[in-house]
Ligand binder design. Structure first.
Ligand SMILES: NC(=O)c1ccc[n+]([C@@H]2O[C@H](COP(=O)([O-])OP(=O)(O)OC[C@H]3O[C@@H](n4cnc5c(N)ncnc54)[C@H](O)[C@@H]3O)[C@@H](O)[C@H]2O)c1
Ligand SMILES: O=C(O)C[C@H](O)C(=O)O
Length: 331
């Protein structure tokens, strides 16, 4: 089976290294790169790599977005502006909301069955925008729409391993649930596998570091953007799991920000949290999310407190996205 993958925003700080990683996958036979600039060059460069995927670059002219997306199996979207110091992810809404909506409208027309992976911030709002836009086009399948929160997990693994003195962070599974910004990010250190002891006096700082890891990078880049390389790694890690699921592998589990009422097992979590969009561990299959796993049953009192704050923040982010998508564009 051939798999067609697309990166929308492929010429950007995340888009280029993410496209490189996707080009190395032997599961992809066709890799389409879409951006408003520079994709012919990025595609020519990647096309010299000796892996199976045929690489093509598309620009907006000649209906390039639709040509790029046509009949795709997997579309990853890191299109949009990144933060500068002093900005929140919500400050990106004004510009990125419209970019995501436009891209999703094109996808709805020409690739309604694609797995859509949204990286563009604010993820807490851009995923609801995508869901509403797909609903309006009559092609929404919650089992195939994902907000990529993997960078929070990657960071949690790294920071927990540092504290727990583990040489190999990749041996740890650290569930991180909720959303993807500040206090909406909820690491569940009580459910780390294999179990680790977080010293009491280090717990709060560790939670904060996972929640605000993005700010560390924004500050260090000092006006030159936000995380790109670690995000490309995280984006590929999630995309690779989707590719394996598409290829028939079973038992693949990773957290992602999904529309809970639309995925098996999600309704109960939506009732418990009071929000429809939420990141939880999901099991992936050939046709999308097979089930959402409920991580809430055994959480600690401290994690319950974090969850409460996260849910309050998420409610506003979600309704802002839904309202934007449902409001007709001003002429
Ligand atoms: N989900 C996460 O964990 C996570 C992590 C890091 C960054 N991000 C977000 O990813 C986004 C991209 O970050 P970056 O550092 O790559 O930014 P960047 O500015 O380097 O790249 C963005 C790219 O998007 C392109 N673009 C703009 N409008 C477009 C459109 N309509 N169609 C197609 N492409 C378009 C730009 O030309 C540019 O090449 C930002 O919103 C950032 O906040 C998310
Ligand atoms: O911090 C950002 O704005 C980018 C990204 O969401 C991150 O977590 O690094």
């Amino acid at each position: 089976m051939g798999i067609k993958a697309v990166v929308a925003g492929a010429a950007g700080g995340i888009g280029q290294p993410l496209s490189l990683l996707l080009k190395t996958s032997t599961l992809i036979t066709e890799l389409s790169l879409y951006d408003v600039v520079n994709t012919p060059g990025v595609a020519a460069d990647l096309s010299h790599i000796s892996s199976p995927a045929k690489v093509t670059g598309y620009l907006p002219k000649d209906d390039g977005a639709k040509a790029a997306f046509k009949n795709a199996d997997l579309i990853v979207i890191p299109a949009g502006i990144p933060r500068k110091p002093g900005m929140t992810r919500d400050d990106l809404f004004k510009i990125n909301a419209g970019i995501v909506k436009g891209l999703i409208e094109a996808i709805a027309e020409v690739a309604p069955k694609a797995y859509i992976l949204i990286i563009s911030n604010p993820v807490n709002s851009t995923v609801p925008i995508a869901a509403e836009t797909l609903k309006a086009a009559g092609v929404f399948d919650a089992k195939r729409l994902f907000g990529v929160t993997t960078l929070d997990i990657v960071r949690a693994e790294t920071f927990v391993a540092e504290i727990a003195g583990k040489a190999s962070p990749q041996e740890l599974t650290v569930p991180v649930i909720g959303g993807h910004s500040g206090e909406t990010i909820v690491p569940l250190f009580s459910q780390v596998e294999p179990k680790v002891e977080i010293p009491e006096d280090k717990y709060d700082a560790l939670v904060k570091r996972v929640q605000f890891g993005g700010d560390e990078v924004v500050a260090a880049k000092d006006g030159a953007g936000s995380a790109t390389l670690s995000m490309a790694y995280a984006g590929y890690r999630f995309a690779e799991k989707v590719l394996k699921a598409l290829n028939g592998e079973t038992g693949i589990i990773e957290p992602s920000y999904v529309y809970l009422p639309g995925v098996p097992g999600g309704e109960e979590i939506a009732k418990e949290t009071g929000v429809d969009f939420f990141s939880v561990p999901i099991q992936l299959g050939k046709y999308g999310v097979e089930k959402a796993l409920n991580p809430l049953a055994n959480i600690t009192d401290k994690e319950k407190e974090l969850l409460k704050v996260a849910i309050e923040g998420l409610k506003g982010n979600i309704s802002k996205g839904v309202t934007f998508a449902q409001t007709p564009a001003q002429k």
